[in-house]
Ligand binder design. Structure first.
Ligand code: SF4
Length: 383
């Protein structure tokens, strides 16, 4: 067999019970029959994708079922799709990381046990906050209590790689309430934490509420205090920050997401999913009916295909790589693209290093402690 490239597989389940006020992802409340329609189309797309020459050169090391709220699908349906993926694609020799996102209040212990039996070995719980008022303001459907019930049920169901998603910089949130939330979550010792600062996206109900003064975001000093609390509490509890927003106990980094940050190969299945294959970025139509129609006709589901030329791919790999705390390897960039960041970016890079936003050390380029909170501004100069 020819050399296979390691890759990640992603399944997008675009269903949510109701839209959260800050959400700009492709997700919606399903109508009767839509879940079955999605699963039927996914089955077909899996079969069709497995035949593609650009997919046959891939060995999948990870599978991530995300959304949306994948836990809205019945665990038996998910198990069936997962088994089909295992049979249809080539997998790398090491045991794959199989993650699924769940939202509190959408799955009980029995369902979690079924996911575990189906082969899911990593669970990512969308908690966001443990403050009921904050959850309400965000339009989340669950309570603090339901979030904690899900964490405990996941443990009992045998998930020993648990990740919790939380957000800070939320309307009405204070540094003190962020501390309480984080302390409480840490007391349950999840192996992994994704801690995102809220970005208020245009065209969301939250944007409007912020714009018309109905909702007030915490001031910058308060957000900086939240960041300091994050560093203090995660550090004390033995977590290592390995990406701008991600923290893990040793050995528990998310392999699936690391592949994205290394700008590796991935195949995304489902409406709205994105793939990086054969030097192209392909985005599927973000419309369930259209997706099902195209799959039924055995036609490509892509709404957009972008060919990435060498320099664009190089810049992307640098920028994505800088999201990781240990940055990018200059040698790896040279051998992958025959380009060197120092010569390619010239004075721009030298200036960022002089200003101590970036560090070039031991053959790696990375954000400094000073640069990490300003990652977006730094990266904007390198895209
Ligand atoms: S649960 Fe997640 S994907 Fe669904 S609406 Fe809320 S933020 Fe969006």
């Amino acid at each position: 067999m020819d050399l296979l490239h390691q890759a990640g597989l992603y399944l997008h389940i675009p269903f949510c019970r109701r839209k959260c006020r800050y959400c700009s992802f492709f997700s919606f409340a399903p109508q009767p029959g839509q879940m079955q329609a999605l699963v039927a189309a996914l089955r077909q797309q899996i079969g069709q994708s497995a035949e593609l020459s650009e997919v046959r050169v891939l060995a999948f090391a990870t599978l991530f079922i995300g959304g949306g709220t994948p836990s809205l699908l019945h665990a038996d349906l998910l198990a069936e799709v997962l088994a089909l993926c295992r049979q249809s694609f080539c997998w790398s020799a090491e045991a794959p990381e199989i993650s699924i996102e769940v939202n509190p209040g959408t799955i009980d212990e029995q369902g979690l046990r079924a996911l575990r039996r189906a082969g899911c070995n990593r669970l990512s719980i969308g908690i966001q906050s443990l403050d009921d008022d904050t959850l309400h303001r965000l339009g989340r459907l669950h309570s603090r209590e339901q979030a904690l019930v899900t964490v405990k049920a996941a443990r009992r169901a045998g998930f020993d790689h648990l990740s919790c998603d939380l957000m800070y910089g939320l309307p009405g949130q204070t540094a003190r309430s962020w501390r309480w939330t984080l302390e409480e979550i840490l007391s349950h010792a999840p192996q992994h934490l994704s801690l995102y600062e809220l970005t208020v996206e245009e065209d969301t109900p939250l944007w409007e509420q912020v714009d018309n003064g109905q909702c007030v975001l915490p001031p910058e000093e308060e957000v900086l205090a939240m960041m300091a609390i994050t560093e203090e509490l995660t550090g004390k509890a033995g977590y290592r920050r390995y990406e701008i927003s991600n923290y893990a106990l040793p050995g528990y980094q998310c392999r699936h997401n690391l592949n994205y940050w290394h700008n590796g190969f991935y195949l995304g299945l489902g409406p709205g999913a994105v793939s990086a294959l054969a030097g192209e970025r392909r985005s599927a139509v973000a419309n369930l009916q259209e997706y099902c129609r195209l799959v039924n006709l055995k036609q490509p589901v892509w709404k957009e295909v972008e060919r990435l030329e060498r320099e664009a791919a190089f810049r992307e790999t640098v920028v994505m790589g800088l999201r990781m705390v240990n940055g990018v390897s200059v040698n790896a960039l040279r051998s992958r693209y025959s380009l060197d960041p120092t010569t390619y970016y010239g004075p721009t890079l030298a200036h960022l290093i002089d200003q101590e936003f970036l560090v070039l050390q031991h053959g790696r380029l990375r954000l400094s402690r000073k640069g990490l909170p300003l990652a977006n501004q730094v990266m904007a100069q390198l895209v």
